[in-house]
Write a protein that binds this ligand. Structure first.
Ligand SMILES: Cc1ncc(COP(=O)(O)O)c(C=O)c1O
Length: 441
């Protein structure tokens, strides 16, 4: 990628881009939900469409001069319908996943209607009714949980649905490594006459590529972010399925009105174009192959980590995600030590965690970025072995009971990981492996 103009006009900004590209090139990033947009998507993002104001929708604009922008929006919508068969209406204007979710709830519910979501601590998203999210301020949030075995408790979902008669049931998660059971949820939603909404932000690429069941035959409304496995720019798609339009022909209008003028203003047209480009790229064999590899790599990571005695949730994964229990405060040590070797992952609550999202007992990993670099099983095996080595190196550091002890320990730990020669070696090995699988070159 060429940033020559910026290099001349604003060297500070240019240097930041170079530093970030170097960080991405030489680190092993397994943080959900980060992914890699293609160079074409990034080119579309820096297009002059960013200059154009175009409130409302194609052919119904409040401003003039939108004949080209209309074509961009229509193109993105058409491509989304091709990528997701069974979808009848698409809104491509949501700025990102959180506003898109809010727009759907706003379209389907009145204030204080009940919505049934998976709790955040169990793998749901903040916008699925968590107490700190506006979604729980405006709607009555009833939350379902996972069973002891870390699978969704469908009996409990049904019981809660019958008891609370929700207006909407949400199926879709941010930290759930098994197949999303759309069919089972649709049977429950039918029983209580609730809308069924799928949030497939994490798995949309897998759905497009046929490596995960599509929600389209089962759900009424589908939301996906466009920057995760869809490999696009930051943004979101709100889709109304053919299934639902048979019952409520007004639903598409409600969704569109909820986005604009309900919640947003001017659509980000450069982002819409980049979404169209990303959707186009999903229609290739290369993309399908990539998504197959994402799942193969995740399964390999789960099985390798299990052999090293990491406590992997459900002992397996069906998708792109691996969750593991590492124990009270261990994530803090793991995350920091791995980061020294430039292996980046994130802390996460694990199902039935006794700790909060700020101090959870688990780590969450995913494989889209390494798969995008065409790293395969041998590289995943290497990654798991580095993780194990680092786990062993820091094994003497355990959670201390008092704040004072922890303060001292933190300092000792920082010094320990900065000076440990094996961690330094692993850093070089990680860099060497990454250089064999370049992103931007
Ligand atoms: C399942 C799910 N829904 C919604 C969102 C929100 O998306 P955004 O970060 O674009 O607001 C996320 C983001 O991580 C997510 O994982």
């Amino acid at each position: 990628m060429n940033f020559e103009n910026l290099k001349r006009t604003d060297k500070v900004a240019y240097d930041l881009i170079m530093a970030e590209m170097n960080r991405q090139e030489t680190s092993l990033d397994i943080i959900p939900s980060e992914c890699l947009a293609s160079v074409s998507v990034i080119e579309a993002l820096w297009s002059p469409f960013t200059n154009k104001y175009s409130e409302w929708y194609a052919k119904k604009r409040y401003y003039w001069g939108n004949e080209v922008v209309d074509k961009v929006e229509t193109l993105a919508i058409e491509r989304a319908k091709i990528a997701f068969p069974g979808v009848a209406h698409v809104n491509v204007q949501a700025y990102s996943g959180s506003p898109a979710n809010m727009a759907i709830y706003n379209a389907l519910c009145n204030v204080w209607d009940t919505i049934l979501w998976l709790a955040l601590s169990q793998g749901g998203h903040l916008t699925h009714g968590h107490s700190v999210s506006a979604t729980s301020k405006f709607f009555n949030a009833v939350q379902y949980w996972l069973k002891e075995d870390w699978f969704i408790d469908l009996e409990e979902v049904e019981k809660l649905a019958i008891e609370h008669k929700p207006k909407v049931i949400v199926v879709g998660f941010t930290a759930y490594s098994r197949e999303f059971p759309f069919d089972e949820f649709s049977k429950i939603a039918k029983k209580v006459w609730a809308y069924l909404m799928a949030d497939i932000s994490h798995i949309s690429g897998l759905v497009i590529s046929g490596v995960h069941t599509s929600p389209a035959p089962f759900c009424d409304v589908i939301m996906t972010t466009t920057h995760k496995t869809l490999k696009g720019p930051r943004g979101a798609l709100i889709m109304v399925t053919e299934k639902w339009l048979e019952f409520d022909s007004e639903l598409s209008k409600k969704i569109d009105k909820s986005i604009f003028p309900g919640l947003q203003g001017w659509p980000h047209n450069h982002q819409t174009l980049a979404i169209a480009v990303a959707l186009w790229e999903t229609q290739t064999e290369k993309y399908r192959q990539l998504n197959r590899q994402i799942v193969i790599n995740a399964k390999k990571l789960a099985s390798e980590l299990s052999t090293y005695w990491f406590d992997v949730a459900t002992n397996w994964t069906d998708n792109h995600l691996v969750l593991a229990w590492v124990g009270k405060w261990r994530w803090e040590f793991m995350q920091k030590a791995l980061d020294k070797a430039w292996i980046t992952l994130n802390k996460n609550t694990i199902p039935n965690d006794e700790w909060t999202a700020f101090f959870p007992s688990g780590i969450r990993m995913w494989t889209p970025i390494l798969s995008h670099r065409w790293m395969k099983e041998p590289q995943v095996i290497k990654l798991a072995s580095w993780m194990n080595e680092i786990k062993e190196i820091i094994s003497e550091f355990n959670y201390k009971e008092t704040r004072e002890e922890r303060k001292i320990q933190k300092k000792e730990f920082r010094e320990f990981i900065s000076n440990n020669s094996r961690i330094k070696e692993i850093r070089l090995e990680v860099k060497e492996m990454c250089e064999q699988f370049p992103i931007y070159k």
